[in-house]
Design a protein around this ligand. Structure first.
Ligand code: DSN
Length: 432
C-alpha cells in the first residue's frame, strides 16, 4: 500500500525525504536505545485533524468551546494510563519528557532547592540537574551515579550523600544504566530525609509493563515518562502521581491544591498552552496497545535480546559497562582500546548499525568522544528479532569493531548483509 499519496502530490520534497528515512530505517539496524517503532495506528492518530483543535485546560474545564470529543480523547488516554501503570493520577499533556520533568520541579520545589540526580556523563538525563539545563541552573544538583569500578549503584554511598546533602527531591532514572533500579531502596533513603522520590521511566517503561523490571509506581511520589522510546507511542510525555502530597504541611503549607492538582497546574497554565490533542490521541492508542499480551511479550523479548547480545559480545572478548545488562541496553566499553566511542559509533553507522557514542563509568575520555557505544534492543525487538538474531548482530558489531581503522574496506559488505537480513522482518509503521 502506498503511504502518504496526498503528500507525494502536494510536497514531493518532504515526501521524498520521509521515503528516504523509511528506506534507511528499513535497511539498517536501529540500535539507539531510546528508539523503537510506533505502530501505523499510532501514526494515523497523530496525523489526524485533531492537530487543529485548541482546548486549553483539562477535560470538563476548558477555555475553548467544542470539546465534546476531545475531552473523551484525553479522558481515554488518562484512564488507560491509570490502568496500565496503576497510577492514582495522570497528566498526559506534557509536550515531551523534558517538559514533563520541568513540571515536576515547578510542582514540588522552589528555585534553588537541592535535587539529587545523575549527571549526564554518569548516565542521567539533562533534566535531572545537569549544569547546562534549566534544572542545573535553577536548582542545585547533588550528583550520584554508578560506581566506576562495578558499574552498579553503591546504595551505601547514595544513602551517605543523601543524608549529608538532604536534597528536597531525588530523581531515579537513567539514559545509560544497564541494570535494574531498585526503587524500594531509593524510597527508604528518600523517607529517611523527607525527600520527594521521582522516577523517570522514559527508557524502561515497556519492560516495567512486561514485569521485567521493578515497578516504581507504588513507592514514588511522582513518575514521569516519555510515550515514545520503547513504549512506541507518539513523541510526548506524561506524568503519573499520587493524589496527595505526603509533605504538604512541611513543604507546601500554604498550598490549597495538593500534589495532583499542583502537577496539573504546573503543566497548564504554568508551562504550556494548548494540549496537542492529536498526540494525546496517539498516546491513548499506544496505551491500549501496551495493554495487550503481544506488547508484554515484546517487553520480555527486549530484555532477552539485550542479554543474548551482551553474552555474544562478551564471548567475543568485548567489554561491557557493568559486565552485561538486565535491561534493554548495553554499553560497549572501549576504555582500553586505541579508538574512541565516537570513532566506533561512526564506523558502526557506516556499516548499517545505528547507535550513539556514550560515556562509560570511569571514562578517561571527554564526553565529546567517550570510550563507549550504547546499544539498545527495543527497535530490533519490535521488528520481531529474537535471541538467535542477536548472535548475528553481535557478529556484525564484532566485525566492525575489529576493523575500525580500515572500516572502508568492510563497511559496504556488512551494510549489504544487514539490509538483506532486515528484509526478513516487519518494520512497524513502515512495513507491517
Ligand atoms: N535523548 C534520550 C536518549 O537517547 O537517551 C533521552 O531523552
Amino acid at each position: 500500500m502506498e503511504r502518504y499519496p496526498n503528500l507525494k502530490e502536494s510536497d514531493p520534497e518532504i515526501y521524498s525525504l520521509i521515503q528516504k528515512e523509511s528506506e534507511y530505517e528499513s535497511t539498517t539496524l536501529k540500535m539507539i536505545a531510546s528508539e523503537s517503532y510506533a505502530s501505523y495506528s499510532v501514526l494515523e492518530a497523530c496525523g489526524s485533524m485533531l492537530t487543529d483543535k485548541y482546548a486549553e485546560g483539562y477535560p470538563g474545564s476548558r477555555y475553548y468551546e467544542g470539546n465534546e470529543f476531545v475531552d473523551c480523547v484525553e479522558n481515554l488516554a488518562i484512564d488507560r494510563a491509570k490502568v496500565l501503570f496503576g497510577a492514582e493520577h495522570v497528566n498526559v499533556q506534557p509536550y515531551s519528557g523534558s517538559p514533563a520533568n520541568q513540571a515536576v520541579y515547578r510542582a514540588l520545589l522552589k528555585i534553588g532547592d537541592k535535587v539529587m540526580g545523575m549527571p549526564v556523563p554518569a548516565g542521567g538525563h539533562l533534566t535531572h540537574g545537569w549544569k547546562v539545563n534549566f534544572s542545573g541552573m535553577d536548582y542545585v544538583q547533588i550528583p550520584y551515579g554508578p560506581d566506576p569500578t562495578t558499574g552498579h549503584f553503591d546504595m551505601n554511598l547514595i544513602r551517605e550523600t543523601a543524608k549529608r546533602e538532604r536534597p528536597r527531591m531525588i530523581w531515579v532514572g537513567a539514559t545509560a544504566y544497564p541494570h535494574k533500579i531498585e526503587y524500594k531502596d531509593f524510597a527508604e533513603i528518600a523517607n529517611e530525609i523527607d525527600a520527594y522520590l521521582v522516577a523517570d521511566i522514559s527508557h524502561i517503561n515497556a519492560i516495567i509493563i512486561a514485569g521485567m523490571h521493578p515497578d516504581p509506581v507504588p513507592c514514588c511520589d511522582v513518575v514521569t515518562s516519555t510515550s515514545h522510546k520503547m513504549l512506541r507511542g507518539p513523541r510526548a510525555g506524561f506524568i503519573l502521581s499520587k493524589l496527595e502530597d505526603r509533605f504538604q504541611k512541611k513543604y507546601h503549607p500554604d498550598d490549597k491544591w495538593g500534589l495532583a492538582k499542583r502537577i496539573d497546574r504546573a503543566v497548564f497554565p504554568g508551562l504550556q498552552g494548548g494540549p496537542h490533542l492529536h498526540i494525546i490521541a496517539g498516546m491513548a492508542v499506544a496505551f491500549k496497545e501496551a495493554m495487550s499480551d503481544d506488547f508484554k511479550k515484546y517487553g520480555v523479548q527486549i530484555v532477552r535480546n539485550a542479554k543474548s547480545l551482551a553474552e555474544s559480545l562478551l564471548g567475543k572478548g568485548w567489554k561491557l559497562a557493568g559486565n552485561g545488562t538486565d535491561t534493554h541496553l548495553l554499553i560497549l566499553d572501549f576504555r582500553d582500546k586505541d579508538f574512541t566511542g565516537k570513532e566506533a559509533a561512526a564506523a558502526l553507522a557506516k556499516s548499517g548499525i545505528i547507535a550513539n557514542f556514550n560515556m562509560v563509568p570511569g571514562d578517561h575520555r571527554s564526553p565529546f568522544v567517550t570510550s563507549g557505544v550504547r546499544l539498545g534492543t527495543p527497535s530490533l525487538t519490535a521488528m520481531g528479532m529474537k535471541e538467535v538474531d542477536m548472535i548475528k548482530v553481535a557478529n556484525w558489531i564484532d566485525r566492525v569493531c575489529r576493523n575500525i581503522k580500515n572500516i572502508d574496506d568492510h563497511a559496504e559488505n556488512i551494510k549489504n548483509e544487514i539490509a538483506d537480513f532486515c528484509k526478513n522482518f516487519k518494520i512497524p509503521g513502515i512495513r507491517e
